[in-house]
Design a protein around this ligand. Structure first.
Ligand code: KIV
Ligand code: ZN
Length: 389
């Protein structure tokens, strides 16, 4: 048996657009979709065609023009939404309907105002209605993680009979804990009688900061598709961050033993593009793509990294497409890092000059929090002037 491949389903353009304050126009969506193809995602969820004419056009534009990727469109479990999705995806090389309905008792009672039986009847009817109109159909049980497990098994089993190729398990409100979410995936895998040949997908939100951990736990327990957004954008606290899930799979290949189709060297470009088009700046300590993700401040760390990067780096910045600016020079920095920076800036100082420049740098770093290249040049030039006179 070959190595298992995880399918990466990117929902930056649908769930990511549900980030408060974010609104992509047709050009933004197309730019991001093109970049997602370069990144190598398997499925792009391009939007929700029934939501607005603008979103319909954006989905259609991506489906018409982008090849080499499956294009998905979201729909509620109603005929009008399914028809809109079908017409937006008409020219897709490979189309996927993503149809959903809530399954938890709390959503049934307060949102859908339906009984379990009524909801299930609707889900099955809509699945039969959609069958044949798309290359693939994905069914999502909204709020799955707060749904009675045996009822969820029944729902999945019936929608699979009615035509679903992918069943998605959303932790819609980011409520699940990693072990528990993994157990749920395993329960579905072991108890849905007709699961063979059907993809199990995980869709995790980050309300308790668990979206990535829950996604990875799902993968460990048999999920073969993971739903992510670039930079983890999305409703409330967002979705599982693509870059974190992918780099965890990559860095700990020894642990997961799985492959994926992502060209990790495009991760940084993709992150920057999404940050620019959403106007959402990344926190500096954001894993993988934050400004500090590969920078070392303490002298002891800098010394280690100069000798061998693996002392304090578990990934290579180049693998993510980052040109490293390794050392955050400051008052805690050591001589080695300072010397390296001076050389990178094109100076070749004698040991005496270096001592003097390092002393000046330390004095400056005591007064100034952020040291930039210009500051280093300044102290070196001061030293050289002093030595020349
Ligand atoms: O979070 C969620 O439940 C969703 C579904 C519609 C998949 O985004
Ligand atoms: Zn979601």
């Amino acid at each position: 048996m070959g190595v298992k491949r995880v399918i990466v389903f990117d929902t930056t353009l649908r769930d990511g657009e549900q980030t408060p304050g974010v609104n992509f126009n047709i050009n933004d969506k197309f730019e991001i979709a093109k970049q997602l193809v370069s990144l190598g995602v398997d499925v792009i969820e391009a939007g929700f065609p029934a939501a607005s004419n603008g979103d319909f056009e954006s989905v259609k534009n991506i489906a018409d023009k982008l090849k080499g990727v499956t294009v998905a469109a979201m729909a509620r479990s109603v005929k009008e939404d399914i028809d809109r999705a079908s017409s937006a995806l008409k020219n897709a090389e490979r189309s996927r309907l993503h149809v959903f309905i809530a399954t938890s008792d709390i959503h049934l009672k307060y949102k859908l105002k339906m009984s379990r039986e009524e909801m299930l009847k609707r889900a099955v009817e809509m699945m039969k209605y959609a069958k044949g109109k798309f290359d693939e159909i994905q069914f999502s049980a909204e709020d799955a993680s707060r749904t009675d497990w045996d009822f969820l098994v029944k729902v999945f089993s019936e929608v699979i009979d009615a035509g679903a190729n992918v069943i998605n398990v959303p932790d819609t409100v980011g409520y699940a804990m990693p072990r528990e979410f993994g157990e749920l995936i395993k329960y579905i895998r072991n108890n849905v009688p007709n699961i063979d040949g059907v993809m199990i997908s995980a869709h995790c939100h980050n309300d308790l900061g668990m979206a990535v951990a829950n996604s990875l736990s799902a993968i460990e327990n048999g999920a073969t598709q993971v739903e992510v957004t670039v930079n983890g954008i999305g409703e409330r606290a967002g979705n599982a961050a693509m870059e974190e899930v992918v780099m965890a799979l990559n860095t700990r290949k020894d642990y997961f033993g799985l492959v994926h189709g992502i060209n990790t060297k495009e991760i940084y470009n993709t992150s920057k593009l999404v940050s620019e088009l959403t106007g959402i700046k990344l926190q500096p300590n954001k894993a993988i793509v934050g400004a500090n993700a590969f920078r070392h401040q303490a002298g002891i760390h800098q010394h280690g990294v100069i000798n061998n990067r693996a002392t304090y780096e578990i990934m290579k910045p180049e693998d993510i497409g980052i040109i490293p600016d390794t050392f955050a020079l400051g008052k805690l920095s050591g001589r080695n890092a300072f010397e390296l920076k001076v050389r990178q800036l094109g100076y070749n100082l004698s040991p005496g000059e270096l001592n003097d420049a390092f002393r000046r740098f330390k004095d400056l770093a005591d007064r100034k929090k952020v040291i930039i290249d210009e500051d280093i040049r300044f102290v070196v030039e001061e030293t050289l002037e002093e030595f020349r006179s």
